[in-house]
Design a protein around this ligand. Structure first.
Ligand SMILES: NC(=O)c1ccc[n+]([C@@H]2O[C@H](COP(=O)([O-])OP(=O)(O)OC[C@H]3O[C@@H](n4cnc5c(N)ncnc54)[C@H](O)[C@@H]3O)[C@@H](O)[C@H]2O)c1
Length: 381
């Protein structure tokens, strides 16, 4: 098990074949896969070596889910993980100071088609969106699908999903499969069609502009428009049974989509599942890692690390993403390379359709320097 209660493991035994074939020797920390249902024996059977923490931390390349303790690494080592660099610039600075090469998987240029099989944001958010709906269904005091019985008819539950990116679309599809009537919001115009394609009803906000930036992410909204979106969407949610919030703005704190004042208008027994509880929360009343009940009977679920609650599936997808990524860095002639020509590492070149000003790729820093294309991140260090 990784530190800080992480249940996922970065590499599963099934990935071993591909890694070994690419020429890597794989060392797995003792017990690393236990909470994701993979024993040390499975890893050794697949060709890995099991070692203690200290030995693992001396390997040339460290693959983990989250950032490790940089003090345990030495100059020249490579770390591939989800570093969440905008929220943890001090950890990036520690990598720069200690001349660690940091490859942050959450910075992958997602719109490049080659990046899709390496996109940990998508693989983990997909599971989080699914699990958020299941948590809502588990806590709501009513059935989800329409049920006609001799004792009476239960009407289908009303579910509102706020934010319809990868997690939100999976949440819509999951709620729909359970039999709910699903409404969903977003601030990107392109989301409307996607919401409808998975069975949701798009919540229109009057005067809606398009808040999508050149990288496909949402742009920050003006305070007036935040108010308008929140009033409209929380109005639709006022008689909902389950509200799932998934809204994010890249590199910034999670936006508030459920102000405290809106919760007072929600139904008694309604459940708010805040997928962003760990990163500031979309609901003003969310307590990270806790399930709380308001005075008017609204249940707020702030469960941390939703992908980690599905550790087996989440580890398998993460491992596939990382294995595809790491093996893509192996050149037949030159072996493992951190190449300036690789768009996944450094972002698309200027002039390319996928170029994003101020953003590089997965490569955050190397040889004691932040990568020159990461000017946006450089601004927060
Ligand atoms: N391969 C690809 O091309 C690829 C891969 C993954 C994602 N994407 C795209 O990237 C975009 C972002 O996806 P994501 O899931 O990572 O986004 P995200 O996790 O950054 O944000 C989640 C959603 O919240 C929305 N949002 C932000 N503020 C909001 C608010 N106040 N109210 C309601 N919604 C709000 C965003 O627009 C987004 O859809 C999407 O267009 C997605 O389809 C593309």
């Amino acid at each position: 098990m990784e530190k800080n209660g992480e249940t996922r493991v970065a590499i599963v035994p099934n990935s071993m074949k591909k890694l070994l074939k690419s020429g890597f020797e794989v060392v797995v920390e003792q017990g690393a896969g236990n909470s994701a249902n993979h024993s040390d024996q499975e890893y050794t059977d697949a060709g890995a070596t099991i070692a203690d923490h200290e030995t693992v931390m001396k390997c040339e390349i460290i693959i983990s889910i989250r950032m490790v303790d940089i003090a345990e690494l030495s100059e020249g080592q490579i770390l591939a993980c989800v570093a969440d660099p905008f929220r943890h610039p001090e950890k990036v600075q520690a990598c720069i100071d200690n001349k660690i090469t940091l490859l942050s998987m959450d910075m992958i240029p997602r719109r490049l088609s080659r990046a899709q099989s390496m996109d940990v944001n998508s693989s983990q958010d997909n599971l989080a969106g699914y699990k958020a709906v299941l948590l809502g269904a588990a806590h709501v005091p009513k059935g989800i699908p329409m049920m006609t019985t001799s004792a009476g008819t239960i009407r289908p539950a009303k579910v509102v999903i706020m934010g319809s990116g990868v997690a939100g679309l999976q949440a819509i599809a999951t709620a729909k499969r359970l039999g709910a009537v699903v409404y969903a919001s977003d601030v990107r115009k392109t989301a409307a069609e996607q919401i409808e394609s998975v069975g949701g009803r798009f919540i229109e906000v009057e005067g809606m502009d398009d808040f999508e930036d050149e990288s496909g992410y949402a742009k920050p909204l003006t305070p007036e428009f935040i108010q308008k979106v929140n009033d409209t969407v929380c109005g639709v949610a006022s008689d909902a049974d389950i509200i799932v919030t998934t809204a994010r703005i890249f590199g910034r704190p999670a936006p508030i989509t459920v102000p405290a004042s809106a919760v007072t208008n929600f139904k008694s027994g309604a459940v708010v599942v805040d997928m962003n509880a760990d990163v500031g929360g979309n609901c003003e009343l969310t307590k990270p890692g806790e399930i709380t009940v308001t005075d008017n009977g609204v249940i707020i679920v702030g469960t941390s690390n939703l992908p980690g609650t599905l550790a087996n599936s989440a580890s398998m997808l993460y491992s596939n993403n990382l294995t595809t990524f790491i093996t893509s860095l192996v050149d037949k002639e030159n072996g493992f390379q951190i190449s300036e020509d690789d768009d996944i590492l450094v972002g698309a070149p200027e002039g390319n359709d996928f170029f994003v000003a101020g953003m590089g790729g997965v490569l955050i820093c190397k040889d004691g320097e932040i990568h020159p294309k990461q000017t946006r991140l450089g601004g927060v260090l």
